[in-house]
Design a protein around this ligand. Structure first.
Ligand code: ADP
Ligand code: MG
Length: 545
């Protein structure tokens, strides 16, 4: 027997499943309308009134401020997908939602959740195997095809308008940070690609720069604004007067004493500047502050100094110029310094920093306003990730629903070999995959049933790359039409969607420390109830006896 506290609530068996499935589906439905090139954007306003306008699945879910443990499991699907593949987040979440919807039908037919879970696992494994069978191999030097992968990822996003220019930048950026390993595989190090945004001009004027960009001003007007082939100190220590950690009071009784005190402070600053000079640095990028007086001394010594550089920029600068990030000037040596050239762009008010053997490239994205560049950055980041995935993984599939319809068809064949009730679950899984072309059609204002019928027919006829051209409404070979996606992203979407759906299905008992009142009276497909926020604290539970 379990004794529950007064405020806690408990929901069991079918009610628990129904509650969870509803919450999870609500999340999935929230992002469905953004899927595909014709998907709509969402405007998200946070509690501070800040506005984000986006089409990016994971961004929407992260900003939605959802307070429901089941819904959060679905959001994790998007996050995993983002981490592992960089794109396909809406697809993964939408499939998870559809898997749960179809599971609910099976549960209503009195099929036990464990049979559904088992069937889904079988189907997911088989589907991933088939992705590999269907996938086409890509030569990492096939720029044209790889550019198409980038363009597909950007279609329908704010990056769409300039996707040719941007795809070209992305492909070149990835090329520059790719190395061929001894076994012939390609390793892409995206740590060496940094995206920088700049408002003011248009996205079409975005550029790829060798090295880093630092969006800062020199700390003093008399400093050189450019340094060619110089030594660069990356400093993570304030060039300021050290304040003692305890609050001390200095009582000064005479002008002499005051002078002494000021001299002492000045001496401290001078010492730091001298240490910088003695290290041999021509340029200092400082993550912390630089005192006015120290700025003056540095300027006198002809050293270019920049202060309050972002931590992420410091790390990237280290990739570009080499050396290390110094945290204590007392122990700085020549080997800590990096090497490179710094030049000033007066128009954009930023520094370009190039290293000797040019590790690291920067994509400088431009757009008219902050909202525009932010969404542009999300789109380009996704495309960058898919290109990197494609180059390192070397497999692509046809998009526009082609891969999903083909997988569904193969899964239905496979289902015949599965016995028992699991067979129904495998079929339900196949149906769930077809959600992708259905929603792509729906979002394009097309008839989703007609589209699916046409697609199935084409696949029956052996056209395994038949997908939807959302612009014309026709069924075409989407691979030839240039709608190409990394196979890895599809495999990842399959596995994370299945895992999340199964996790939700396994729960038959919800014990909440708080109030579960919204559980029973939510409208179908409505916003998930927020009443389970207290689930984490199980303090209301007594002990088991
Ligand atoms: P996700 O977050 O899952 O990446 P997107 O909104 O980016 O969601 O949409 C991706 C889907 O759009 C994929 O199924 C992809 O194949 C499809 N797609 C992309 N470009 C086209 C196109 N030109 N025609 C048809 N479908 C496309
Ligand atoms: Mg996408």
């Amino acid at each position: 027997m379990i004794i529950l506290g007064d405020d806690s609530q408990r929901v069991k068996d079918r009610d628990a499943q129904e509650y969870n499935i509803r919450a999870a589906r609500a999340v999935a439905e929230a992002v469905r309308s953004t899927l595909g090139p014709k998907g709509m954007d969402k405007m998200l306003v946070d509690s501070m009134g800040d506005v984000t306008i986006t089409n990016d699945g994971v961004t929407i879910l992260k900003e939605m401020d959802i307070d429901n443990p089941t819904a959060e499991m679905i959001i994790e699907v998007a996050e995993t997908q983002e981490d592992e593949a960089g794109d396909g987040t809406t697809t993964a979440v939408a499939i998870a939602g559809e898997l749960l919807k179809n599971a609910e039908d099976l549960l209503e037919q009195d099929i036990h959740p464990t049979a559904v879970i088992k069937g889904y696992n079988l189907a997911s494994e088989k589907a991933r195997e088939e992705v590999d069978n269907i996938a086409e191999r890509v030569d990492p030097d096939d720029e044209e095809l790889i550019r198409k992968v980038a363009e597909t990822s950007m279609t329908g996003k704010s990056a769409d308008l300039n996707k040719e220019v941007l795809a070209d930048l992305i492909v070149r950026a990835v090329q520059q940070v790719t190395v061929e390993a001894e076994d012939g595989s390609h390793v892409v190090d995206l740590e060496n690609v940094k995206i920088e945004t700049q408002t003011g001009r248009s996205a079409g004027e975005s550029e790829l720069l060798t090295g880093a960009v630092v969006d800062k001003d020199p700390v003093h007007d008399d400093m050189p604004s450019s340094v060619e082939d110089g030594k660069v100190l990356l400093l993570n220590e304030a060039v300021e007067i050290e304040e003692s950690s305890v609050d001390t009071q200095v009582s000064i009784d005479s002008p002499d004493q005051l002078q002494q005190f000021l001299d002492q402070e000045e001496a401290q600053l001078k010492k730091k500047v001298e240490q910088i000079e003695e290290s041999g640095a021509d340029v200092v990028f400082c993550q912390k502050g630089i005192d006015d007086m120290a700025q003056h001394y540095l300027a006198k010594k002809g050293i270019l100094a920049v202060r309050r550089v972002k931590k992420s920029d410091m790390k990237f600068l280290k990739n570009v110029v080499g050396g290390s990030i110094v945290t204590d000037l007392d122990s700085v040596t020549d080997s800590d310094l990096g090497f490179g050239s710094v030049s000033r762009d007066d128009e954009d008010e930023l520094f370009y920093v190039e290293g000797e053997d040019a590790h690291g490239v920067t994509m400088l994205l431009r757009g008219s306003t902050d909202h525009v560049v932010d969404e542009l950055e999300r789109g380009v980041q996704d495309a960058l990730d898919v290109v990197a995935t494609t180059v390192s993984d070397g497999r692509v599939v046809a998009g526009g629903g082609a891969i999903e319809v083909e997988l569904a068809s193969r899964l239905r064949d496979y289902a015949d070999s599965v016995s028992g009730r699991e067979q129904l679950a495998v079929e339900a899984f196949a149906d769930a995959l077809e959600l992708v072309p259905r929603v792509l059609a729906e979002n394009a204002g097309l008839d989703s049933i007609d589209t699916l019928v046409d697609l199935r027919a084409a696949h029956e006829d052996g056209d395994s790359r038949a997908g939807l051209n959302v612009f014309s409404g026709d069924v075409v070979d989407t691979f030839d039409a240039g709608v190409v996606e990394p196979a890895h992203s599809k495999e990842q979407a399959l596995s994370s969607a299945t895992e999340a759906a199964n996790l939700v299905l396994k729960i038959d008992d919800i014990i909440a420390a708080g109030d579960l009142s919204t559980a029973g009276d939510d409208d179908e497909g409505g916003a998930p109830g927020g009443g389970m926020g207290g689930m984490g604290g199980m303090g209301g539970m007594g002990g088991a006896m």
